[in-house]
Write a protein that binds this ligand. Sequence first.
Ligand SMILES: Cc1ncc(COP(=O)(O)O)c(C=O)c1O
Length: 490
Amino acid sequence: MPTPATPATPPAEAPGTRATAAGAPAAAASGAPVADSLYPYTGRFPVYGTLPERGVDRAALLAMVRQMAAEEDRKGDLGRVSGSIYSGDHDHYHFLAQAFEAFAHANVLQRDMYPSATKMESEIIAMTASLLHGDEDTNGLMTSGGTESLQTAMLVYREWARETKGITNPQVIMPVTGHPGTGKAFHYFGIEWVPAPVGDDQRCDVDFVADHIGPDTIAISGSAGTYPHGVIDPIGELGELAQRHGIGLHVDGCLGGFILPFATELGHPVEPFDFAVPGVTSISADTHKYGYAFKGTSVVLFRPKALRRHQYLVFDSWPGGAYASPGMGGSRSGGLLAATWAAMVNLGREGYRRIAADIFATADRIRDAVLAQPELHLVGDSVFNIAFGSDLLDIYHVNDALTAAGWRLNVLQRPPALHFCVTRPNTQPGVAEAFADDLTAAVRYAAGPPPAPPRSGAMYAAGATALGRGILVERIRDRIDALHELGPRG
Ligand SMILES: Cc1ncc(COP(=O)(O)O)c(C=O)c1O
């Protein structure tokens, strides 16, 4: 078995590799419930480990798919899920699906056949750039999601610095709160991560960045807002540093890129974070999050737009013909372009503003619910993503009780905390009030004190799984393996 490559510079705490809270009790040692939670359909639906000899009837298959979707959407549709589902409007999804259907089969690489892709893609990029104060020298790419957008930006800076400055040991300074999607880029592309600490406000320590810019620094990466706490790094000050040193500044707006532009005009003032800030040279913004498009799309923008070219690869003498694609992917579905374009043009500024207003109002109520509990405090200060912890209780016990009451919050570490990233489904009447009640009960439960260690653990994208809090890196790898195994045949 090959050993996985070690990152160029193993960061002390590489994003995504630390999954335990301090102390890491061994509660995760019992693995049995994991398998059960991964395969809830055991015994209910057939398991296809080989192609069925005779194709299965369409109606039967659609019934299965619809049944699974209905069950899995239930919690999200009730508005009890943090983040993850951004629109939740099934009419909107149906409209998008119709646009998707028209081009689902189209490969947008074949522009002679599908010139509509050029129209829709360029308009998606231009609309995103204009939302983020891009100028006529701003342009970008569409990618499959935030992680690919972040990787594309980092690849651009690596290639740009090598070609223009001869830097062969590239370094990027990014706060510890930066998303692991950028950490993946560091790993894949041999870029050294210089992790910047954050202050009590969870924003990047600018002095640290200033002190650590060196001859091999190719870029700084900040966020607007960060995944853990929804805060906006001090982009203005980072922009000054980037300009002074002639290096790039990427703003990870994957999460905030389509909601923060509406904050200030809606009475929730936020610092400038986009191309309005001098020194910002790239921004990623995910259409598949607060852009309310289907999963599988994101935009990464560059200013000047010539930066984008540094990651183009042209294989001009390949026997298959001269080959180039705009980014890391090859074939892509025209359906995703059509659905994203339709979402943006249909909602318009007014539609995005309306949903953002509801989200900010709900976030205010969630914040109030947290502040009403003397045992809890906010971690960071965000207009849409409310993170909170406690010095008096184990916050993971609080999460256990919220989970039992049907909520799915995101569990954080360093410091231990939870966040409620407010999205459109959470804005339904009664949701914030129900959350306030359940939070009161959850705090009471945690103050109990409960007889057992908490079951919740800080594992990204897994919810409060039965894995418990003592998950180690090997256990996470085991889980990824398990996600690709056939379920029990029943
Ligand atoms: C700030 C931030 N950046 C990047 C990403 C990664 O996006 P994706 O999961 O689409 O790759 C996320 C995901 O939540 C995020 O919050």
